[in-house]
Ligand binder design. Structure first.
Ligand code: ZN
Length: 269
């Protein structure tokens, strides 16, 4: 049976309709998913049953990327008004749908310096990138903090771990030292700050070098405590999927409306 992972970005708020606001999209999508006969399940269950070829249900896991505080905290947006956190949206849905085991896995940027620079340069110094909420999130039973790299090799971060400061894509992370800085260092920091060692990695922009995906992660998985990594390519997790290149469909990229999500689910289901 099909096993699917969806991705959202709490920072995607440029308006108050589905196409311009991932909070509104997620709230609508939860109803679409269950109405289409899929069951919401934790990421670990979806990955393990998918890779094992197990189960007789259509399962969907929810993820979000980058680790902005709107994942966890409600926010009064300066242009678009009150925005419920992704946590509030999934928690309220979960309370109304006890037959679903709803979790949200949050892939966060680890480096405090990177988050400070992103906040200052790209988010008007609104203070949206703290990490105090990570431990509370892990203890909530509803959210899991996972690894989205040390600095995202993001163009707004200076310097990044990339040896030649080739930024804006993640394929240039392709040596052992760079992978240690981007993955291992982030594992350790997130484990310390969140109280739990991440189990999954999401490649920034879904991109990975052959070395990171094919050598570094498989060879160091046990030491790192990682079990799999996610791309941003839509698809189902099946027996035989590469655990270091698991598919994931992204809201706003692979579907942009409730109808498009229904079509995507029908295509996979
Ligand atoms: Zn990202």
């Amino acid at each position: 049976m099909p096993h699917l992972v969806l991705a959202y970005h709490a920072a995607n708020v440029t308006g108050n309709d589905y196409a311009s606001n991932d909070h509104l999209a997620l709230a609508a999508d939860l109803r679409t998913i269950v109405d289409a006969g899929w069951r919401l399940a934790p990421l670990q269950e979806v990955v393990e049953k998918g890779l094992g070829g197990l189960g007789n249900e259509r399962l969907v896991a929810l993820t979000c990327d980058d680790g902005i505080s709107l994942d966890y905290h409600d926010f009064d947006h300066p242009s678009f008004g009150p925005q419920p956190s992704l946590r509030r949206i999934v928690s309220e849905f979960a309370e109304a749908h006890p037959q679903h085991d709803v979790e949200l896995s949050c892939f966060v940027i680890a480096s405090p310096e990177a988050r400070e620079q992103l906040d200052r340069k790209d988010f008007m110094s609104l203070g949206l990138w703290p990490d105090q909420w990570w431990a509370e999130a892990n203890m909530s039973g509803r959210l899991r903090i996972e690894n989205h790299s040390w600095d995202h090799n993001h163009p707004s971060v200076d310097p990044t771990a990339q040896r030649e400061q080739s930024k804006g894509r993640f394929e240039p992370i392709d040596t052992f030292a760079e992978c240690e800085a981007e993955v291992a260092q982030a594992q350790d920091y997130i484990a310390e700050r969140s109280g739990r060692r991440p189990r999954y990695f999401a490649y920034p922009w879904g991109q990975s070098s052959d070395y990171l995906r094919g050598e570094y992660l498989p060879e160091n998985a046990q030491r790192l405590g990682l079990a799999a990594a996610f791309s941003c390519e839509p698809g189902l997790i099946v027996a035989g999927s590469d655990p270091w290149m698991l598919p994931r469909a992204v809201c706003g990229e692979h579907w942009r409306s409730g109808d498009e999500l229904r079509a995507l689910l029908a295509g996979f289901g």
